[in-house]
Design a protein around this ligand. Sequence first.
Ligand SMILES: [Zn+2]
Length: 126
Amino acid sequence: MTRTRIVLYRLRSMPMSFVTEAEWRTGMTTIRTTCETCGDVELTTADIALELTGSGDEGMYRFVCPSCALLQRRPASQRVVTILLATGVAYEITVDATPITEEEIAHFVAELESDDWFGRLVASDG
Ligand SMILES: [Zn+2]
């Protein structure tokens, strides 16, 4: 798996510390990342969607490569999330739920097939 690499820079080659936050937010922010097939690609904040998990610290970011038009989805570390949010990308929060396993279903079915399942359910309550 390739490492996530995001580089932010302004089109005008002005050091970030020389601009106000408002200028930075409204400025032309280019986000450089990598496409699995094309290599380095340049995107704007409108091209990227951030998917945050329950805690909101980490998640995934996705974009459609401007070169090959393939949808890419990459893990976003806490640092990457912070950077992307600062540039104003759209984000959505998804809640991580553990899927039910076959084992749990089998256990549940076996439980239902036993004669006294209701009595044990009531007994285990509280
Ligand atoms: Zn590509």
